[in-house]
Each structure stands twice: as C-alpha cells, then as structure tokens.
Write a protein that binds this ligand. Structure first.
Ligand SMILES: *[C@@H]1O[C@H](CO)[C@@H](O)[C@H](O)[C@H]1NC(C)=O
Ligand SMILES: *[C@@H]1O[C@H](CO)[C@@H](O)[C@H](O)[C@H]1NC(C)=O
Length: 335
C-alpha cells in the first residue's frame, strides 16, 4: 500500500478529486436539498481526511505518522533487533581459547578511518547512529566526538599498536570493554604455540582484564588477506616489499560482518595525485606530524617495508562497484 500511495500516478487523480469535485458537488446539492448534501459530505470529508493523512505521511514523514515512515523509509533498521542468532567468523579466534568470533550480522557499518580528513567533518552523530562502528588501532574518540563519534563496536588493531592501547589500559580494556578487539600481525609475533611476543602480551591483557573481548586473525586468515592482495594486484605482497595496512584487514572483516559499509574519511586512490589537495594530518589525532598525501605517496614508491595505501584504495574502489560500500567525506564514487 505504502508504495502505491507514493507513486505519482494514483496521487494525481486522487488529489484533483479531493480539491476540485467536492466543492462543486456540495455547492450544487446545497441549493437543491441541504439534508441530502450533509448526508453525503460527512463520509466524504472523512474519506478526504484519510487520503490526505496517507499522502502527507508518505511525503512529509511527519512525527504523527511515524509508523508509516518507519515502514516506508527504514524497513531494514526497524527490523534489525529481531535478526536471528549470531554468526561465527572462523578467521578470527579468541584469546586464549581459540574460539571463533561470534557476532551478529551488522546491517550497516560505519568504518571510521583515522585520517585527518575527519577533522571538522561533523560526522560524529551520524557515525554514532550507525548499527556497528568500526575503528582502527588506538584512534581516540575523546575530544573528537563531534567528528568521529564515540561508539566503538570493534577495533582492528595492528600488532605494532598493541603497546599504544596498553598506554591507556583503563580506557580501552575496562571502560570500553564492550568493544571487540581484533589484532593482526605476522606469524612470528602472533604464534600461539611458541608464544609470539604480541600474543604473550595479549594473554597478559586477558588475565588482567578478563572481561575484554580479544581476538587475533588466524594464520589462515592472514594468508587469505595476502592472497586477496596478490589476486587483485598480480603482485606477491611480501616480494613486493609491502605490508598490508590495518585498513585492509578492517575492510576484509567488514565485508564479512556488514551488509553495508559506509567509509568515513578515506580518500580515493587518485586524490593525492590530483592538483594540490588540501594538506591534512595523516592521523586526525596527530596534528602537525605527518601529512596524509605525502605519507601515502612516499609509501607507494618505497621499495620495501611500506604500506601501499593508494593501491589498496584503488582495490576498495573496484570492490565498491560490486558491493554495498559507500565512501563519505570526502565523498567519492568508484569509476
Ligand atoms: C585515555 O582515554 C580516555 C578516553 O579516550 C581519555 O579521556 C584519557 O585522557 C586517556 N588517558 C591517557 C593517559 O591517555
Ligand atoms: C585467487 O585466485 C585464484 C586463482 O584464480 C583462486 O583460486 C583463489 O581462490 C583466489 N583467492 C582469493 C582469496 O580470492
């Protein structure tokens, strides 16, 4: 019903019948037989009101008509609390017992980058209004709420950033223990049997803060992420002297976890090569240190030990053609 009323076809004739004919009709009748006129005009007025109500509800989304609005505008959001059971994500295993990550499917995720593009964006409220909010590493929210929001459903953390989380343990592992932490790193560091150094640190964190939800990527998932890079670029990640970025691991996880991904603060692959892009910090929380585009361009060319931020963005852009991925602020479309 809702869809039919919204279409221009039926709305046209209905509106003209409402505003044109009844006036003529009542005027004629009143002069002949006032009693009969009243008899007809009461149900007619009632009908007019109902039709007006339905039409206005669909077009203006008035508060009084919240039910109609919910049904017509946000069928998915209004359904999500009733989504059946949680899913098992086999590529991520918990510390220390190795069980897969269990999480409900997110209808919509905000993937919040750590880029300086976030500064002054005022996206905070929209990000906080999204079902699942994904962040990276230690990217703070305190003091930046207006631009980045404050909720964190999940953080993808590089093994190199674990010490940075430890600097503010009481916040990350106590106050923010609703957040799921997923740590990626090379096998040597993450090895569970031989006690890789990062893994041992994570074990201690779990002992100190038993409530913390801590996961690592399985070896298989790490290899899968390399394989995706190789398939997309034709280059072997290791031989080409590069490391995957935390953004890469986050996007791969998001494509499994989320039905729709809204990416905040990620520029396109061509952005830094366009004429004089504005200078923003590499990280929104590290002003006056690195410049974003400078960092991306240096890394793209470096023969080894670098992240291929620009290559990765070109790949995300290709994926966005086939998958529900939207780039917001700066907003861009995959070509
Ligand atoms: C820890 O994080 C909280 C929330 O982000 C912040 O308010 C506080 O200043 C941080 N403390 C330190 C020592 O960084
Ligand atoms: C990579 O490409 C190979 C060959 O086409 C394919 O068998 C494999 O499944 C792909 N791997 C991934 C992770 O997409």
């Amino acid at each position: 019903m809702a869809a039919g009323w919204g279409e221009p076809g039926p709305a046209g004739p209905v509106t003209s019948a409402l505003f044109g004919e009844p006036r003529v009709f009542t005027a004629q009748r009143r002069s002949e037989n006032p009693g009969e006129g009243r008899l007809f005009s009461v149900p007619l007025c009632f009908l007019v009101l109902i039709v007006l109500y339905v039409l206005l509800c669909n077009q203006l989304c008035m508060q009084l008509c919240w039910k109609a609005c919910l049904a017509s505008r946000q069928p998915r959001e209004s359904l999500w609390p009733t989504v059946p059971g949680s899913l098992h994500f086999q590529g991520y295993s918990s510390v220390p017992d190795g069980k897969p990550l269990v999480h409900r499917l997110c209808r919509r995720c905000a993937l919040v980058s750590s880029s300086g593009q976030m500064l002054g964006s005022h996206w905070g409220p929209e990000i906080d209004g999204t079902e699942c909010v994904l962040r990276m590493n230690q990217a703070p929210t305190a003091g930046y709420e207006a631009d980045v929001g404050h909720r964190s459903t999940l953080r993808m953390v590089s093994h190199t950033s674990v010490p940075l989380l430890l600097r503010n343990q009481s916040y990350f592992f106590q106050q923010a223990r609703d957040t799921v932490y997923v740590v990626w790193g090379p096998g040597k560091r993450m090895n569970r049997d031989q006690g890789g150094s990062t893994y041992r640190t994570l074990l201690k964190v779990k002992e100190m803060y038993p409530g913390v939800q801590l996961y690592t990527l399985t070896d298989h998932m790490m290899a899968y992420c390399d394989e995706v890079f190789q398939n997309e670029t034709g280059k072997n990640r290791m031989k080409s002297g590069s490391f995957l970025s935390t953004g890469w691991f986050t996007m791969i996880l998001a494509m499994e976890l989320c039905e729709q991904i809204v990416v905040y603060g990620m520029v396109s692959d061509s952005y830094c090569r366009e004429k004089s892009p504005p200078s923003v910090p590499y990280h929104y929380f590290e002003k006056g240190k690195l410049d974003e585009c400078h960092t991306y361009l240096v890394h793209e060319k470096a023969p080894r030990g670098a992240h291929r931020f620009i290559t990765e963005k070109a790949i995300f852009s290709r994926w966005a053609k086939k998958k529900p991925i939207i780039f917001t602020h700066p907003s861009w479309q995959s070509e």
